[in-house]
Structure formats: C-alpha cells, structure tokens
Design a binder for this molecule. Structure first.
Ligand code: SAM
Length: 243
C-alpha cells in the first residue's frame, strides 16, 4: 500500500532483527489479516487500534516479539488461550507454518472472525475453538497435550497460570505477554505456578520500536503433571486466584 512506504521497511528490519526470516510473503499475509480485522471491527469489537501502522507495531510486532525468548520451539503443538482477534497465536502461525495451532476464546463473535480470517489466510489446519480455558483444560486430547500455551492480555498471572499450565505437557512451556512492571505479579503467582506443576523459567523484556512502550514475557516451565483438581470450575480461578 502506498501509505505504508514510510514504515514498511523499518517494520521488516525490526522483525528480522527479532530473529524471524520475515519477507514479502509474511508481509502480504499480515496485510490480508489487517484488512479482514479492520473490516470485521466495524461490527464486532476486536481491537481498539484502528490505525494501520499502530496496529502492525502493537499487535503484529508485539506478537512476534516472543522471539526474545530463546527457547521457543521451531515446531509443535501450540494453543493460544483467550486469543481474541488472534493475538499472538495466529501471527506466530504466519512465521511458523509448521505449528499445529489451536485458537481458543470464550466469545462466539470473535470465533466467527477467526474462522473467516483463517480461510482468507489459507490456513485450514488451524483449529478455532469456542470455549473457556477452565473447561478445555480438563478435556482429554487437550489437557497436557501442547508444547506451548500462550496468552496475551487475558488475566493476571496467578489466574493465567491456572488457565495455561493444564494444557502443557510436562517439559513444555506457558508464555504470558505482559506490561513492563511484572515483578510483583510474578511473585504473586509463584505459589499458583508451583501448585499447577510449573516453575518460573524467566522474564524476558523488550521494547516496541518507536517508543511505543516496554513489555515483558513471562515464561513458565511445566515440570510435573498438573494435579487433577485444576483448573477449577469456570470463573473460580478469577474469583479466587490460587496463592
Ligand atoms: N489475546 C488477545 C489480544 O492480545 O488482543 C485478546 C485479549 S482480550 C483483552 C481477552 C480475551 O480473552 C477475550 O477475547 C476473552 O473472550 C478471552 N477470555 C477471557 N477469559 C477466558 C477464559 N477463561 N477462557 C477463554 N477465553 C477467555
């Protein structure tokens, strides 16, 4: 697009600097994604960011910033819990076509958009699921099945740990996209993470280019099976976070 001329090059440089081999094919996919998002956003609330350049940095670059964590596997099973309009999971699938991706969200109208955009992106193998993490995390074939569970802007870490860790196979990871100040949240979540069979692997920090803000990724490692009582019933993790 003509109006992208000023920043497209910088975006490509910055994404490649993160470590992705990101070229025209990937750019075109993100353009298709953005156009579908903005069109659907007129009717369904999917994003508050409607400026194209801001969207590319704050949604797409931010999703791809997971590369600051050196442990991200090259392939495998990945679930994005509370994916909303597909962030970060669907963006990662653009750069890692080998991922077997499941997108999960509790809101039906977002699911409809996700199915539509997967069709436009020609990704028929992406599984789009309507439901709550507390229910899916108990299902056979979902529980302890994934190499990586990811979530961005879904819940505070003690709650999120209960959503994510049940999905992860022992030896796998849960990754939470967070703002700049996470120390207290991580401290608050330590008990919950332990009870769910995990440990805090580390916090990885990054900045969105152009002074668009600092962010953190919190990576949890699954070290033991999650006890059968978790996740608790829908709504309970949020109402009474594990301590
Ligand atoms: N991850 C997206 C992003 O970064 O833009 C969406 C964030 S949005 C603020 C939070 C999403 O999480 C919503 O779409 C909501 O429906 C979903 N959500 C919240 N709690 C959930 C749960 N327990 N199970 C499944 N989805 C949930």
């Amino acid at each position: 697009m003509e109006s992208d001329r000023g920043w497209k090059e910088l975006f490509l440089i910055e994404v490649n600097r993160l470590g992705w081999a990101f070229g025209e094919r990937e750019w075109k996919a993100l353009e298709t994604y953005w156009e579908a998002l903005i069109r659907a956003n007129r009717e369904v609330n999917l994003t508050s960011i409607t400026d194209r350049e801001e969207g590319f940095w704050k949604h797409f670059y931010d999703s791809l910033a997971v590369a600051v964590w050196p442990g991200l596997p090259e392939s495998g099973r990945i679930i994005d819990v509370g994916t909303g309009a597909g962030f970060p999971g669907l963006v990662l699938r653009v750069v890692r076509p080998g991922y077997q991706l499941v997108l999960l969200d509790a809101l039906q109208k977002r699911i409809r958009f996700l199915r539509e955009v997967c069709r436009k992106l020609e990704m028929p193998d992406v599984e789009v699921c309507h439901g709550r993490a507390e229910e899916f995390g108990r299902m056979k074939g979902r529980r302890e099945f994934f190499d990586v569970a990811v979530a961005r802007a879904v819940a505070r870490l003690p709650v999120l740990a209960e959503y994510l860790l049940p999905f992860v196979r022992p030896g796998g990871w849960a990754v939470a996209w967070k703002g700049p100040e996470v120390e207290e949240e991580v401290r608050e979540a330590e008990g919950a993470v332990r009870k769910l069979g995990g440990t805090v692997e580390g916090v990885f920090r990054y900045a969105l280019p152009g002074d668009r803000g600092r962010r953190s990724l919190v990576v949890l490692r699954k070290t033991a099976p999650t006890p059968p009582e978790y996740p608790r019933r829908p709504g309970v993790p949020e109402k009474r976070p594990l301590g």
